[in-house]
Design a protein around this ligand. Sequence first.
Ligand code: AHM
Ligand code: MG
Length: 341
Amino acid sequence: MEIKSKKLVTLDEYIIQSQNKFPGATGELSQLLRDIGLAAKIISREVNKAGITNILGVHGSTNVHGESVKRLDIFADQQLISALDRSLITCMVISEENDGIVRLNSEGGKYIVYLDPLDGSSNIDVNVSVGSIFSIYMRQPRYDQNLVEEDSLQPGSRQVAAGYVLYGSSTILAYTTGLGVSCFTLDPSIGEFVLSNSGFKIPEKGTIYSINEGSYNSWSQGLKKYIKYCQEDDPETGRPYTARYIGSMVADIHRTLVKGGIFIYPSSSRYPNGKLRLMYECNPLSFIMEQAGGTAIDGKNRIMDIRPEAIHQRVPIYIGSPENVKMARSFLEKYEEETVG
Ligand code: AHM
Ligand code: MG
């Protein structure tokens, strides 16, 4: 009898195979991605057992945005930073949990990494999915001088890699180096991320919209009209669309990638520049989205073209299937003169 078994490809194998396609590659970026994969496994283990350990709950401090910090945020931050520090490839980390830049032991390392170590962490207490986000840049342009914050302020179009880990009903890691999106699922029985999809593509158009509608009164006219458009009855165009909002950006974006549609975190009177951060939330997820065939704009312009001015800068975001984002943009354009709030 012939035994046919499907060959499992692990994250580490896949990264090395991909690296081998580039003669002359130093292997440093591959190492960096593997370091993140290892930290993700450790974070996944802790997130999964959060309910049965005392790691759940508020740490007692507030982060740079004045939000209360959960213990798992700190744990995830430490795991990712120490994984990156060990391999001496990364010179600097910027993380949601740290006010300023974090200089690592390798001042000569050529990569700069932005991290949201545990996004959506307010959802942990209610057993809802959370995620980690990473964004990788080459250090430039002043290679041989002291590291300063400005070295990290590069537009998203300069990312050399980006990705996310979703701690959901299973743990998924998705990343891109600019050659499409590859997805891996953590197999807990062998403790490895296993390739589940390479060349991941978002549907051109979807029938799900995702936004926190509690803020409706503080939206712009254009956005209010667009959401009304999504809710109108028109079976030919699949409307009314379905509303889905998890409140964990990684989970909302993952669903949008798989099913299509649009995710919006707009500017409002409460958050004039939106709530989400350009460098470690919007840029990396925009890179993934574009590599999957989707679009990401701030309402008008491409997110990845924005010239950053501050490491913790916020930006409004409209991200998802190209057709949906185009339609939202046309509503915003049409009602542009009518201001927020
Ligand atoms: P966090 O980084 O403090 O967890 O906040 C970011 C999260 C995103 O995951 C999510 O999209 C958004 O905040 C939800 O915000 P809101 O509760 O205002 O809808
Ligand atoms: Mg976040």
